[in-house]
Write a protein that binds this ligand. Structure first.
Ligand code: F6R
Length: 610
């Protein structure tokens, strides 16, 4: 996501901050900005686009006297990637500015209160609301630390935020809640940043902030307080031994692994502001102005297409919307019939996939309403769709898509719930189980990821040299099977097929022998017994079977079958635990075979050609 750096020290702050922002570029961004106090004035300089454009602006200014400041690279979540929406954001009372990563969920409520008190807004961001909240608290509170803490108590959501004020020109404040932020400790200088590379050339001594903590740095001091009562906290100083490249990956060996491990946060970021736990409802503000479609046609490519198939069942079962799913490159050339009132839903991580974009344009020409699900703000699909829902997953750098699919599934599930309120068949009890399960899911997934990784490594060492493999599933596990096979193919170059388990006996079963393993997705759901029978058919032909399943369940003592156990989740939520297991298997298989995990051969991250 976005990048933050704050500096208080003895060197010229602005060039150091710009350099730090360059080291955070790998996180992806679409605008940037810095702020500093010089000659007792708080200056904010921002630019749309690449850092070079910000540097060009700064080159025309005298900035060398400031020795404290902060900078930000923004990856848009609320509001377009324009200069007005770029950070830092200043309070309309002028004396302070903040940079912020994350989402303030109740920003609309807070904004209404602040407007009533005469605050003004010049951007569409939630961040500007937080800046004004701090200024509002500061008008009745003499200490900026207390005002900052009180404003954060009023804000709900996930954030990493840094604050600079004209009145305390040598001090940077910072706080975090569910978004990374840390301090870098130097000699006569201190840093705050969202990620270690930002300050790694200057210091390797870091203090990791925890949720509910607030920090203050000056050139010669650093302190951490508890947000709740402002009591000082004892913090451990850690020494970073990684090099810069490893640090950009947050200590993970590959971006793919980092992104797989980010998925618990992806789920919570994606659901933030979209569910009501008191009414057990999903509510997507982006769909407010849109009538429930009479029919839905989902069009996408690759992994995004698999997310579409996964959601088809939910749109039909919960929302009672007849739904079809198509590969974009097929849809665009077959003169497809779209019935009146049928809505085209395009799903794309990048928002630039040529075939998906072409499908959107064709359907638009024919007068169909177009809805988009996309991860990249400002992308072509996000601009051309009639309404767009962002997945808020943060930039995905590894070529193989992982967290984007989890985010797409989260959004699609919430859309189906949203439309189920109007003539759907999802009852309140089920909705409660789903939403409670969804809020438990990040912790559940975080808890199992390390074990899944080591189990995946063991399986990869055993099966990565097979001549081929199957991934089998029914219902919502079928698209996961397709995805598991796609990941193995693209990363390890092993031939893998994703198949509907019931379809195996119509031909593909001929491939089965003792060197052809099958991974069977077997959640403890209504289709368990059916899929289990298909497993027996494979095992009877001496094919090794690995069943991804939930304990406890009898009936799995099939000769030649072994189990890979996942904790149980409610209904479709099982998929959010099984998908990372499949991703980890493909990751480990590729690593075992020595393949280039983040840049597989012949592939590009954004497929902008046919
Ligand atoms: C697979 C993968 C691709 C993309 C596909 C669509 O790991 O990344 O299959 O899912 O190229 O891309 P988007 O979602 O950007 O439209």
């Amino acid at each position: 996501m976005c990048g933050i750096i704050g500096y208080s020290g003895h060197r010229p702050a602005v060039p150091l901050i710009i350099e730090g922002l360059h080291r955070l570029e790998y996180r992806g961004y679409d605008s940037s900005g810095v702020c500093f106090v010089q000659n007792k004035e708080l200056k904010v300089v921002r630019a749309e686009g690449k850092l070079k454009l910000l540097e060009d602006k700064l080159a025309r200014m005298e900035v060398s006297l400031a020795t404290t400041g902060m900078g930000h690279t923004r990856w848009a979540t609320h509001g377009a990637p324009t200069e007005d929406n770029a950070h830092p954001h200043r309070s309309s009372r002028g004396d302070l500015a903040i940079v912020h990563n994350g989402i303030i969920e109740n920003y609309q409520e807070c904004k209404a209160e602040l407007l009533a008190k005469g605050f003004e807004f010049s951007s569409q961001t939630d961040t500007e609301v937080l800046a004004n909240l701090i200024a509002d608290e500061h008008s009745s509170e003499t200490s900026l630390l207390k005002a900052f803490a009180s404003a954060l108590e009023r804000a709900r959501g996930a954030y990493a935020v840094a604050l600079l004020s004209r009145q305390e020109p040598d001090t940077v404040y910072a706080a975090r809640q569910s978004a990374p932020l840390l301090l870098g400790l130097g000699s006569g200088e201190n840093f705050i940043a969202s990620d270690i590379p930002a300050f790694l050339p200057y210091t390797r001594d870091v203090v990791f902030l925890e949720d509910g903590e607030i920090a203050r740095i000056t050139p010669t001091s650093w302190e951490v307080f508890s947000l709740a009562d402002l009591k000082p906290m004892e913090k451990k100083i850690s020494r970073i031994e990684w090099d810069l490249q490893a640090a950009q990956k947050g200590g993970y060996k590959h971006f793919m692994l980092k992104e797989i491990f980010e998925q618990p946060m992806t789920i919570s970021d994606c659901a933030a502001g979209r569910v009501s736990m008191s009414r057990f409802e999903a509510h997507l503000p982006e769909l407010e102005a849109i009538a429930k479609p009479s029919r839905l046609r989902i069009v996408a490519c690759g992994t995004s297409y698999h997310a579409g198939i996964w959601a088809q069942i939910l749109f039909e079962n919960w929302a009672r919307i007849p739904t079809t799913v198509e590969i974009a490159s097929e849809f665009r050339y077959r003169n497809a019939l779209l019935s009146p009132g049928e809505t085209l839903l395009v799903v794309s991580q990048s928002g630039e996939t040529a075939d998906t974009l072409a499908a959107l344009r064709i359907a638009k020409e024919r007068g169909s309403p177009i809805l988009g699900i996309c991860n990249v703000i400002g992308s072509s699909i996000s601009r051309e769709a009639d309404a767009i829902i962002f997945t808020q997953a943060g930039p995905e750098i590894s070529v193989a898509s992982t967290k984007a699919m989890t985010a797409q599934m989260t959004v699609l599930m919430l859309m189906a719930m949203h439309w189920s309120k109007n003539g759907g068949s999802l009852n309140r009890d089920e909705a409660r189980l789903i939403l409670n399960g969804l809020s438990d899911l990040p912790a559940k997934l975080s808890g199992i990821l390390p074990t899944l990784k080591s189990e995946a490594a063991t399986l990869a060492a055993r099966f990565a040299s097979s001549k081929g493999m199957f991934f089998l599933g029914r219902g919502q596990s079928y698209p996961l099977a397709l995805e598991g096979a796609l990941k193995v193919k693209e990363l390890s170059y092993i031939h893998a097929e994703g198949y509907a388990s019931g379809e195996m006996k119509h031909g593909p079963i001929a491939l089965i022998d003792q060197d052809f393993p099958s991974f069977v997705l077997l959640p403890n759901d209504d289709l368990f017994a059916k899929t289990r029978s298909n497993m027996e058919e494979v095992a009877a032909r001496k094919g090794p079977v690995i069943a991804l399943t939930n304990p406890p369940k009898s009936g799995l003592d099939i000769k030649g079958c072994e189990t890979w156990l996942m904790p149980e989740a409610f209904g479709p939520l099982n998929s959010f635990l099984m998908l990372p297991a499949l991703q980890l298997f493909s990751y480990e298989a590729a690593a075992y075979l020595g393949k280039d995990v983040d840049q597989p051969r012949n592939l590009a991250k954004s497929v902008t050609v046919e």
